[in-house]
Design a protein. Structure first.
Length: 451
């Protein structure tokens, strides 16, 4: 690469070969047959089904099925799951097509703090109903309006499942991955809503296939009445609380999140009587739950220790403590310079060019789970930090989704975070080197070596 800095705007289009993952997918949309394209996107959906953006939907759907109590059947559990998945896939498709046509990530609207607080409160209310504090029903006025389409509108009805599917697709999992970005890019470039929308729907349905399997299985595996049904409700009540904390960690202080996770481990452990001695004669199941309680209590204590040491990752609560003495530079989190507008980005790129350095621009948002995963496990990997030491590291925080944030995203044809862009010494973005969605540290290191 030439070391001569040019005056070319960073927003100037650069001719490129379809080498990046999303470019290759766009090319396949343009060239492959209709049915082959749909089959490919069904596979993409299955691969995305167990990402952090989709996985929380599993306890949500399971909680709906458990909430139906002893009246649930295998058939009804399957159709409840199907209602949830179809509603989620349709919402995913509609909002995706609108986002592609109008150039805005409409799902980001639902990441406002008040929406997150409201949805978290709903899950807390659902968990309390699982604990038996009350029976959660729709308001009487709404029940009357829906009376012609359903006999009973409780937390296990088909309409309730569909509504939760819609809300889950909008609020729980608004992540951007390469297949999604490719489909939206294709729709935006060609206006072909039929093929692009069909691909989005099939991918959304593919993401829901594990939910169908788990939901239908729950209908046959869950106990129909008695002590075990009550126990399963309590378990799913705790899981609902975990989903609420998982959502709140997008917008509250990480230290407070750590405290909530510790409480969520320790308090259920106390209810499992983990501190009480086992009777001399006790069943195997009681011993099993006793062991589960011990693990919860121990992990909750580890989280509290990590919190007191300044750690904010509940999955790595003792990071930096196990080795005794650590390398401060290695343990320090990666540092970015923030850019809030296109003009500010242009200035930073010119300054980096004058220093003879490439630029990495990270698009981030507090509500983006994949962004936090990328930062915690990839960008803060010691080898990755070492490889990035020769780059100027910039970050565009689009959490607020204001006009400047939208302008930054639109300038690079991005629908939302996470996305990582690279600029050469001529201040031109290397479009084929884009990273869309989460990428593991090893793969990211290999990607950097090819720049």
């Amino acid at each position: 690469v030439s070391s001569t800095a040019a005056t070319t705007s960073p927003l100037a289009s650069v001719k490129k070969k379809p080498e990046s993952e999303q470019d290759l997918i766009v090319a396949s949309l343009q060239q492959d047959s209709f049915f082959l394209t749909l089959l490919s996107f069904l596979g993409f959906g299955l691969l995305l089904a167990f990402t952090p953006c989709v996985f929380p939907m599993i306890p949500i759907l399971s909680g709906i099925i458990v909430g139906h109590g002893e009246n649930i059947t295998h058939r009804k559990a399957f159709f409840l799951s199907l209602s949830f998945v179809l509603a989620s896939a349709i919402t995913y498709t509609v909002f995706g097509v609108l986002a592609a046509l109008f150039g805005s990530n409409l799902q980001a609207i639902f990441q406002a703090p008040w929406v997150i607080y409201l949805f978290s409160a709903i899950f807390i209310a659902l968990s309390l109903s699982m604990f038996g504090f009350y029976n959660l029903e729709l308001p009487k006025s709404l029940q009357t309006r829906l009376q012609n389409t359903s006999n009973k509108h409780r937390d296990g009805s088909f309409i309730s499942a569909a509504v939760m599917g819609v809300l889950s697709s909008l609020i729980v999992g608004p992540c951007v991955a390469a297949p999604l970005a490719a489909a939206l890019m294709y729709i935006g470039q060609t206006g072909d809503v039929i093929l692009g929308g069909s691909a989005l729907f099939v991918m959304g349905f593919g993401m829901g296939v594990p939910l169908l399997i788990i939901g239908a299985s729950a209908g046959s595996l869950l106990p129909k009445a008695g002590h075990w049904l009550n126990a399963s409700k309590i378990v799913f009540g705790v899981i609902m609380l975990a989903v609420a904390v998982w959502m709140l960690e997008r917008i509250i202080a990480p230290e407070l999140t750590m405290l909530f996770w510790a409480m969520l481990c320790i308090i259920p452990a106390i209810y499992l009587r983990v501190l009480d001695p086992l009777p001399e004669i006790d069943s195997g199941w009681h011993k099993f739950w006793k062991g589960a309680g011990v693990i919860l209590l121990a992990y909750g204590v580890l989280i509290l220790i990590g919190l007191s040491a300044g750690n904010t990752n509940p999955l790595l609560p003792l990071k930096g403590l196990a080795s005794g003495s650590t390398n401060p530079q290695q343990e320090a989190p990666i540092e970015f310079k923030r850019v809030a507008s296109l003009a500010e980005l242009d200035q930073k790129l010119k300054a980096a060019s004058a220093q003879g350095k490439w630029v990495m621009l990270d698009f981030y948002a507090d509500w983006c789970i994949s962004c936090k995963e990328m930062e915690a496990y990839t960008l803060n990997n010691p080898d990755v930090k070492q490889a990035l030491s020769s780059f100027v590291l910039l970050q565009a925080d689009v959490t607020e989704n204001n006009d400047q944030d939208k302008a930054l995203l639109k300038a690079f044809d991005l629908i939302g975070p996470p996305a990582i862009l690279f600029f050469n010494l001529n201040q031109q973005e290397q479009s084929s080197a884009r990273v869309i969605g989460y990428q593991e540290a090893e793969a990211f290191l290999q990607h950097l070596s090819q720049l």
